[in-house]
Design a protein around this ligand. Structure first.
Ligand code: SAM
Length: 209
């Protein structure tokens, strides 16, 4: 994130206070690093124009998405925590930021013109998917892939040693998982994963599924 050290410190403090209140919900003790944000952005499809971000936090990925050329009006951010939602609205006044659960993405996106009728190129997730029950993972990925265009990607990071999405969920939704890059320069170190529809599904029209 291209910001001064005092601002970065203030954002870290904002994040940490929310972690103290709800460690499981936050799933991390501090915001992602700029290095991890760069690695997440490198997995956006070429020419990506419209993006949904899940779990915006203090906005590390939001800033990186704007810096990588996504127009504010083409970015929808969902954040469940009310204080962080307000923080994001303050710092990114031109981006659509919803205080909402990622499981409700389909409704939130439709209401804001990002729904299945106007699909997005990528969903960038900062959610702690690894610690979520399988049913929650499946609900979030179902909603995300309903918003994504056929070749769209779901870009995620994890602190764990393996793919954070349960195999059963990948099978149920017919998704491929690809391991991206790893960085030590994050607290804790993290690996990027990219999910996409398996080929047969990516070319099957919605009406025939
Ligand atoms: C690990 S933090 C990542 C924040 C930020 N993207 C970053 O990388 O620094 C996870 C964020 O997801 C939010 N969150 C957790 N569960 C959520 C849900 N079901 N829907 C939307 N946001 C959620 C948390 O409030 C928190 O801000």
């Amino acid at each position: 994130m291209n910001r001064s050290a005092p601002t970065a410190l203030a954002h870290t403090w904002t994040f940490f206070r929310q972690w103290l209140k709800n460690p499981l919900g936050m799933a991390a003790i501090s915001p992602s690093s700029r290095q991890l944000a760069r690695q997440m952005m490198s997995e956006l499809p070429r020419g990506a124009r419209r993006v949904v971000e899940l779990g915006g936090g203090t906005g590390v990925f939001t800033r990186a998405l704007l810096d990588s050329g996504i127009a504010p009006a083409d970015l929808l951010v969902l954040e469940l925590n009310e204080e962080l939602h307000q923080h994001l609205q303050r710092h990114f006044p031109n981006v659509q930021v919803a205080c909402a659960d990622a499981r409700d993405l389909a409704e939130v996106a439709s209401a804001r013109g990002f729904g299945p009728d106007a699909p997005v190129d990528a969903v960038v997730s900062g959610l702690g998917l690894l610690s979520m029950p399988k049913a929650t993972q499946q609900a979030i990925l179902t909603a995300a892939f309903d918003c994504l265009q056929p070749q769209g990607r779901f870009v995620q990071f994890t602190y764990g040693p393996a793919n954070p999405v349960a195999r059963e969920v990948l099978e149920a939704l017919d998704l491929n998982a690809r391991r991206g890059s790893f960085t030590w320069w994050n607290v804790p170190p993290a690996t990027v994963y990219v999910y996409s529809r398996r080929v047969s599904r990516a070319i099957t029209p919605r009406s025939m599924r």
